[in-house]
Design a protein around this ligand. Structure first.
Ligand SMILES: *Cc1c(COP(=O)(O)O)cnc(C)c1O
Length: 478
């Protein structure tokens, strides 16, 4: 062995790998959904030290089957209902493969003009597909950028907001004085993390009350907290409203929240990581009410429910200036005529790392393959299956259904058995995989539908499995 893989060898193994992926996705149903390995099982089967001499690629593929696949949880399984979906699709995989093949590092325009310009086109396309406001498009004051995740998008939004709130002082002098940001108990943990990373201090990430029924942020309490903080000398920097919370897909009242932000000059970040892509369907565009008027930034993840494999999160801003001003540093070794001409975009100034993958390729492949029509069809199928599941739950007196389920997530709880015990029983059976959340003191089960492989029959069978498992657990335990 040793030496580089020749083009012929690459062709040979590449074909094998593509065949394996095709076989895997076609036959994914044969695997237990959740991996049953115990901690350390996978590692124990792998050598502690790397090989001194190169090994045949066949051996790598053999270990994939023998060691790794048993330790894989099958996110593309039609009975994967845990967390939120993390879709992949043929065109997405091919786009990512092309990105790996080109091996581009697109940190600035000049390091690969096509990587930057395709990204611009694709984020503008997506803004159009989701009917987001024109000022999020690149030909206006705003623009979009592909990030690795909604967490990064949140961090970048917090940094831009701090920059704006401090008139640039934070970047120059560090945080002097007290800056606050506002989330709710239902906001994704990445916002608090962003606040900590940005140096605000966890105590300055203020938690706004939610409506106990709907779990939506309470605008009156937001206003009260802001006024209290301002009176105490703090500078409110950012409010995060969520469209489709991680726990139950609650939709915060963006318009009411936005009006308060406008009055106080506070940055409004809208986190629509999971649900935002649903706006490809006109009938679901109500979710974005208030975004056009009030949002300074908006994030959604095509890598959740829009057929694009992880990682691909898109962030749009209404005004790119504070973002770029907050993050741009120009060392000599990156100076180049194109950047200096001001005629090009350097997306390195729109994110935390310098380096960037050519992620636009996979999103472009997906949008071209499916078209708006195909993307709408995918979302509609997920929504329709969730409605079917909700009807099954509602018809069973042993379960309570949460009435809010406009997307692919349905939450319910067993009334006669312990929810966590029921969940563990079905999850360890390998037949399906679901996760839970807590509302107040109650444990609720979450079933998130959204895999392109899931059909009506899968949903019905999954529900029967849950019902049967519930009956087997001794009654009266809760
Ligand atoms: C999933 C999710 C996130 C985090 O997404 P990453 O891309 O994994 O960082 C943030 N916010 C909400 C509402 C989510 O559902």
């Amino acid at each position: 062995m040793a030496g580089h893989m020749t083009p012929e060898e690459f062709r040979q193994y590449g074909r094998q790998v593509v065949d394996r992926i095709a076989d895997y996705l076609a036959g994914v149903e044969q695997y237990p959904v959740r991996s049953a390995v115990r901690p350390g099982d996978v590692r124990a089967q792998l050598p502690a030290s790397p090989p001194e001499r190169g090994e045949p690629y066949d051996d790598v593929l053999a270990d994939l089957d023998r060691v790794l696949l048993p330790g894989v949880t099958h996110w593309q399984h039609p009975n994967f209902f845990a967390y939120f979906p993390s879709n992949t699709s043929g065109p997405s995989i091919l786009g990512d493969l092309l990105s790996a093949g080109l091996g581009v590092q697109g940190m600035v325009w000049a390091t690969s003009p096509a990587a930057t310009e395709l990204e611009t086109v694709v984020v503008d396309w997506l803004a159009e597909l989701l009917d987001l406001p024109a000022h999020f498009r690149t030909d206006s004051r705003g623009g979009g950028v592909i990030q690795d995740s909604a967490s990064s998008a949140a961090l970048v939004a917090v940094l831009a907001a701090l920059h704006r709130a401090s008139g640039g002082k934070v970047g120059a002098d560090g945080i002097t004085g007290r800056y606050t940001m506002y989330v709710s108990s239902q906001t994704h943990s990445s916002l608090e993390k962003a606040g900590r990373i940005a140096g605000l201090g966890a105590a300055n990430v203020r938690s706004v009350d939610v409506d106990p029924e709907t779990l939506e942020m309470n605008p009156a309490h937001l206003r009260a907290l802001i006024e209290q903080d301002v009176a105490a000398g703090a500078t409110p920097a950012l409010v995060c409203a969520t469209i489709g919370t991680t726990s139950t897909t609650a939709v915060d009242p963006v318009r009411a929240i936005g009006e308060i932000c406008r009055e106080h000059g506070i940055w409004l970040h809208v986190d629509a990581a999971y649900a935002g892509v649903a706006a490809v369907c006109p009938e679901l565009r109500w979710i974005n009410d208030g975004v056009a008027e009030y949002a300074d930034s908006y994030a959604t993840n095509p890598h959740k429910w829009l057929l694009t494999n992880f990682d691909c999160g898109v962030l749009w801003v209404a005004d790119r200036r504070p973002l770029i001003d907050a993050l741009s540093i120009l060392p000599e070794y990156l100076r180049n005529p194109a950047s200096e001409s001001g005629q090009v975009i350097d997306y390195r100034d729109w994110q935390v790392p310098l380096g960037r993958r050519f992620r636009a390729l996979k999103l472009w492949s997906v949008i071209r393959w499916y078209g708006a029509e195909g993307l709408r069809e995918h979302i509609r199928t997920g929504v329709a299956l969730a409605q079917e599941l909700a009807a099954l739950v509602a018809a069973d007196p042993d379960f309570e259904l949460r009435q809010h389920h406009p997307f692919g997530l349905v939450c319910f709880r067993p009334l006669r058995t312990d929810a966590l015990e029921l969940m563990e029983r079905v999850n360890s059976s390998g037949q399906l995989y679901l996760t839970h959340t807590k509302i107040g003191d109650e444990v609720w089960l979450r079933m998130a539908i959204g895999s392109p492989a899931t059909t009506s029959a899968h949903v019905a069978t999954a529900w029967e499995t849950l019902q049967t498992a519930g009956k087997r657990i001794s009654p009266g335990r809760r």
